[in-house]
Design a protein around this ligand. Structure first.
Ligand SMILES: Cc1ncc(C[n+]2csc(CCOP(=O)(O)OP(=O)(O)O)c2C)c(N)n1
Ligand code: SF4
Length: 284
């Protein structure tokens, strides 16, 4: 598919990597939402997943490993008119950036977080990540992973995150639709994306996921605003893995709650740099 977001850079990912499906879905979602490149900012950390913004024609910023969320929140607060999407891996967001993940949910700035969850550290060649299953053998974890996996869905619901969804890189229609819903959500929106790493994770393959994922949106009577049921769904992992909108709650976002952000975006508001000099002189 060719879109205004193409920048003709050849991705450095392995052939068959789930990251390609995510890249296509991001481009399709933004196009279908009617966004123009100058209206979008993609913010990433470090990792294979975090290379995604390199392959799009829009505003982009690479932060440090695990530090994409502070940068993304800063961009949105500075210019609330931008569609801000943070993109990174499971290591980026649930390991190195775990603390930022928790507090970004609490702060509820209107950004979308896309986590490429390949259950492994791809860029640094296959160490266990926070979401690797117990017992998974890697080049470093010779006796298998000993730590209990991090459950992003359960943690986000426990923190009452307003939009908690999961999708699968091997299901382009579902992923595109989920990204569109997340971007339209007023507040912090999490989309955890099951992303096969064909090189370093030979367990959680396309086939492994296809045999297990089911669309919760098609389950009769499922109501994503029922927090206790959503929590129960968040604990499902193994033979059956739910994808779709698991939890939704409408609440005031950070941008709605801060008075100075109600008028024009901060970048368009009058500012007087000379006052900073006076202030510094007073305190320093
Ligand atoms: C603070 C810090 N710690 C460690 C690293 C080394 N490092 C770079 S990428 C990476 C892992 C990336 O894994 P993940 O975030 O899951 O993304 P993937 O490459 O799998 O898409 C690590 C440990 C770093 N760059 N900075
Ligand atoms: S190492 Fe894994 S995550 Fe990285 S590009 Fe290759 S398949 Fe994708």
């Amino acid at each position: 598919m060719s879109t205004v977001f193409d920048n003709n850079t050849k991705p450095a990912w392995c052939p068959g990597c789930g990251d390609f499906g995510i890249l296509n879905a991001v481009k399709k979602a933004l196009t279908e939402l009617g966004r123009a490149p100058h209206q979008v900012a993609l913010i990433s950390g470090i990792g294979q997943a975090s290379k995604l913004p390199h392959y799009l024609n829009c505003n982009v910023f690479d932060g440090l490993h695990g530090r994409l969320l502070p940068a993304a929140q800063g961009v949105k607060i500075a210019n609330k008119d931008l569609t801000v999407i943070a993109v990174g891996g499971d290591g980026d967001n649930y390991g190195e950036g775990g603390n930022h993940f928790i507090h970004a949910i609490r702060r509820n700035v209107n950004i979308t977080l896309l986590v490429h969850n390949n259950q492994v550290y791809g860029l640094t060649k296959g160490q266990a990540s926070p979401t690797s299953d117990l017992g998974m053998v890697t080049k470093v974890q010779h006796d298998g992973v000993l730590l209990t996996p991090f459950n992003p869905m359960a943690i986000a619901i426990a923190l009452d995150c307003g939009f908690v969804a999961r999708s699968f890189a091997g299901n382009p229609a579902h992923l595109t639709d989920t990204i569109k819903q997340a971007v339209n959500h007023n507040g912090f929106a999490l989309v955890d994306i099951l992303q096969p790493c064909v090189t370093f994770n030979k367990i959680n393959t396309y086939k492994w996921y296809r045999e297990r994922v089911y669309d919760i949106g098609k389950e009769a009577g499922y109501n994503p605003s029922d927090r206790l049921k959503a929590f129960a769904k968040s604990l499902e992992w193994g033979d059956k893995i739910p994808i779709g909108l698991i939890y939704k709650k409408d609440k005031a976002s950070y941008i709605d709650s801060v008075s100075v952000l109600q008028d024009k975006p901060l970048v368009n508001q009058p500012h007087q740099p000379e006052k900073i000099t006076d202030l510094l002189a007073e305190f320093v």
